[in-house]
Design a protein around this ligand. Structure first.
Ligand code: MOS
Length: 743
């Protein structure tokens, strides 16, 4: 009954799979340049204050140390100048913490000096020789306490349609609070930069980034360079999940040191530094009020949230937005504040905003379903809408009901107890839960170069990066379909700012945005081949382009397939070495503007809770995606698997812990910040609706990076309630919180 995508996996190889498993694929920190020097950060051990003294004399005399750069000896960085009128033309202020700039400490673990040495070991060994005296100030890091003080919050952003707090007028309603701690991305590859000035005004960087163009423009506008004189290479990226969506302290620091020392400098963050020098999902508090009439029709949703930012930047995400548009409801009001803390700045992390928002909303809907004595899936169907109630535009496609049907059958929803805490298997309390995820599916601008050679090979180039989802594979597949030519004759190159401009890889937008450009480039190329055939191949003279097709490396006459010429013969005949084109695909076209586009997911969980220990054991996961056409079944499935694993971490284990007496993160290692273990991952059934959505782009594909994770933590919380009768609204759901003795 269901098209099981798994059956097609074997025919779908990852084009970069071999290089990534045999070690041939190079990551930023692995590049070696002649005369390379190594930089390591000395970091603060207070959270807030002023550095009174920073003694570098011993460190600078240590073996191999070339320099110790700090605020007193750091060369001027044009973009660091806070006064816009005094900055050189074309230089914008550096966004973020100005590393090595002043004697202020803004968060615990802030870089306060950069030791540069002839080896990584020598640089590291000198860290302890730097002596610092601080003037400490009171810091504020305790979100749970400070968020209750309205004077500490920035002004709220509010939204309202219909009546405010209408939920409370409904016959059944719930109102509850939800807490999510700081979570960190922790990609396998640490953030790293190698910077090398090739001249006074020309620099090359190897950088771990989700956007070579983004790093390029950051460096250009910080150092007053022309963009074309800044080259950023990020050929392979070992994960990101959002941490690579901006440039962190390692980028300007490497540029500064390389310039000062006139040699290439490499900086690689340590794993502990990955906890506070590369962003994180902000801590959040949310309150949801949701009410329905006796039939289950939603009467109103009120969604409030506060998340943290740093004291020096304002980071916000769309945490309450989902409540405005996912379900049919007339009365919605939302309110969102941020709380500045003496911590480093957060950044988008997989499913930014919605991952937090859906945990609260999808938990609340589940809770309401018990009040209504209604199946939670039926409750969602009751409030289903195919018109976005916020902007009143139809969804270009929404197939959530198909996801519900598949998930229900495959998880065994019929076995779900309607009364929580009543089903036991093998001595465990058994529960079933589900929840929905949603994320925007836009299409942006991208340029692609396509070079078709006389030997029949096609090379495509775009400056986007691939942080791991398999972009090279999916783009090669799109090109293969558009060109109607074999995969192995196509090479898609990315990860270099010298290539035509592409987006940062983020917001689940790469396939839609870059894929559309690849499709457009291939169709343009086919057009060019047809024109050449008319011009040079006698059998096509006087034929029309509309009666020709390019397929299987031949050009055919559609009305008579015996009239044909191979593309390689045509190239020879026309005496061409290459056809070399660059096209730009712009954002949404007018016909797409009639719609609002999102990707959707529905996650289903069966789990057991040990009555003695309170430990949760996931037994089965069914995860379903409604993201238009699936371009590459293998990489798409892997995305969903990764999202589920991330979701399990969010639900059960992950939390940054801060010692508020010092402001220090005290669990900045894999030993103490718990990510899911392999043994915690149950069998996962991944399924896609796989219906093309041509309203969003020509390839019919929407993104799935975010929806893979969004909503998953609520599915777990809902299943824990179903198993135990205990509603847990604070993540992660640890055994202490379940504490069944108190049930
Ligand atoms: Mo993602 S948070 O868009 O890298």
């Amino acid at each position: 009954m269901y098209n099981n995508i798994n059956t097609t996996i074997l025919q779908d190889e990852r084009v970069d799979g071999a290089d990534k498993t045999n070690g041939k694929a190079k990551y930023t920190a692995e590049y070696q340049l002649p005369n390379l020097a190594y930089g390591v950060f000395v970091t603060s051990n207070i959270a807030k204050g002023t550095i009174k003294e920073l003694d570098i004399s011993k460190a600078i005399a240590a073996p191999g140390v070339l320099d110790v750069i700090y605020y007193a000896n750091c060369p001027a960085v044009p973009g660091y100048n806070p006064n816009a009128s005094e900055r050189p033309k074309n230089v914008n202020e550096w966004r973020g913490h100005k590393v090595l700039y002043d004697n202020k400490v803004r968060f615990f673990g802030q870089p306060i000096a950069l030791i540069v040495a002839d080896s990584f070991e020598n640089a590291n060994a000198a860290i302890r020789l730097v002596k610092t005296v601080y003037d400490k100030e009171e810091h504020e890091t305790n979100f749970d306490v400070l968020r209750k003080d309205p004077t500490k919050l920035k002004p709220a952003v509010t939204y309202k349609r219909g009546q405010e707090k209408a939920f409370a007028t409904a016959s059944k309603f719930i109102e509850a609070e939800y807490n999510i701690p700081i979570e960190v991305h922790l990609p396998m590859e640490m953030h790293a930069t190698i910077a090398y000035w090739e001249g006074e005004d020309k620099i090359t960087l190897y950088d771990k980034t989700q956007g070579p163009k983004s790093t390029q423009s950051t460096v250009a506008r910080t150092f007053g360079l022309q963009e074309k004189n800044v080259r950023v290479i990020a050929e392979n990226v070992g994960g990101g999940f959002g941490s690579g969506l901006r440039s962190w302290a390692n980028v300007p620091a490497a540029c500064i040191a390389s310039k000062k020392l006139n040699r290439p400098v490499k900086i690689v963050l340590t794993r502990p530094q990955m906890f506070n020098l590369a962003g994180y999902r902000p801590q959040s508090w949310q309150k949801i009020g949701i009410g329905a009439d006796a039939s289950g029709k939603f009467i109103g949703i009120t969604h409030e949230a506060i998340s943290n930012t740093s004291k020096y930047e304002d980071f916000r995400e769309g945490i309450v937005n989902v409540s405005r548009f996912l379900y049919a409801v007339d009365n919605v009001d939302t309110k969102y504040n941020v709380l500045p803390l003496d911590l480093s700045t957060p950044i988008w992390m997989r499913g930014p905003g919605e991952a937090s928002g859906c945990f609260a909303l999808e938990s609340a809907i589940d809770e309401l379903s018990y009040q209504l004595n209604m199946d939670p899936i039926d409750l969602r169907i009751k409030n289903f809408t195919d018109i976005n109630p916020e902007n009143k535009m139809p969804f270009s496609a929404i197939n959530l009901k198909d996801c519900y049907a598949y998930g229900k059958e495959k998880i065994g929803w019929k076995n779900r107890p309607t009364k929580p805490g009543t089903l036991k298997e093998n001595g465990m309390h058994i529960g079933y839960g589900m929840a929905v995820g949603v994320f925007g599916a836009g299409k942006g601008t991208a340029s692609v170069r396509a070079v078709f050679s006389k030997d029949g090979r096609l090379v495509l180039e775009c400056a986007v990066s691939d942080m791991g989802p398999g972009t090279t594979t999916s783009m090669t597949k799109i090109a293969s379909t558009s060109m109607q030519m074999p995969l192995d004759k196509i090479k898609f190159k990315l990860g270099d700012s010298d290539f035509p401009a592409g987006p940062s890889q983020g917001g689940s937008g790469t396939t839609s945005t870059v894929g559309s450009a690849v499709d457009m480039a291939c169709k343009t190329l086919q057009q060019n081949l047809k024109e050449l055939a008319i011009q040079f191949a006698p059998s096509f003279a006087n034929k029309l382009i509309t009666e020709m097709e390019v397929k299987n490396e031949y050009i055919y006459l559609t009305t008579d397939a015996s009239v044909k010429i191979s593309v390689t013969d045509l190239m020879k005949l026309s005496n061409k070495e290459v056809i070399d084109i660059t096209i730009t695909s712009n954002g949404n076209n007018p016909s797409q503007m009639k719609y609002t586009s999102n990707s959707f997911s529905a996650h289903f969980v069966k789990l057991g809770v040990d009555p003695k220990t309170g430990k949760v054991k996931l037994l089965k996961v069914v995860t379903t995606g409604d993201n238009g056409k699936v371009i590459s079944p293998k990489t798409a499935r892997s995305q969903m698997l990764g999202g589920v694993v991330g979701g399990i971490g969010m639900a059960l284990t992950e939390q940054v812990q801060i010692d508020h007496t010092t402001g220090q993160i005290i669990n900045s290692s894999f030993g103490t910040y718990q990510v899911p273990l392999h043994s915690m991952i149950p069998p996962i059934d991944v399924w896609f609706v796989d219906k093309p959505d041509y309203n969003v782009n020509s390839i019919g594909a929407k993104g799935l990076g975010e929806i893979a994770l969004i909503g998953f933590s609520a599915a777990v919380a809902n299943a824990v309630y179903n198993a135990t009768g205990k509603r847990l609204r604070d993540l992660p759901i640890t055994p202490e919180k379940i504490n069944l003795k108190k049930v």
